[in-house]
Design a protein around this ligand. Sequence first.
Ligand code: GLN
Length: 194
Amino acid sequence: MRIGVLALQGAVTEHIVSIEKTGATGLPIKRVEQLEEIDGLIIPGGESTTIGKLMRKYGFIEAVRDFSHQGKPIFGTCAGMIVLAKKIAGGEAGHLELMDITVARNAFGRQRESFECDLEVKGIDEPVRAVFIRAPLINEVGPEVEVLTVYKDEIVTARQGHLLVSSFHPELTDDFRLHQYFADMVEASGTANK
Ligand code: GLN
């Protein structure tokens, strides 16, 4: 099974290391043609405006929408979650607009720009170590979205069918269980090239 990491901007290498721990092959994706070689895609953290701009420039908006419409799983972490969202609070235009969530950028305020904690994630047995860096959170979810983590009354992990998002950076710790959760989604999607 091959899982790609969109490699236009942001934290790519760490995701690849975590993917490989699940037993899948991790590949950096720099050109749209490479989407044909993978079974699942991670959109990493970084700066969502920059990632969105580069995705437009290199034809990734249409190509990733197509990838999603084929039922292939996508996991957006932090800025990647913003890129996947249908709506961004405050009126800024969305990017892929695939997942029925409204997100707020930089939602934790200056005092809490970055922090770590342990979080319960539905579907994972023990709490997961989460690193938040200028993180977004989910303000609203549509009827098809399953909330996986609530932290201090805020939604920070969610899933809609083959789409998964987290406000935090699961690639910045040794804990690869959220990557394992995603790899299991890819496996179960039945679209993986065996
Ligand atoms: N603050 C960034 C944004 O709004 C996201 C930060 C991150 O990915 N760590 O795009």
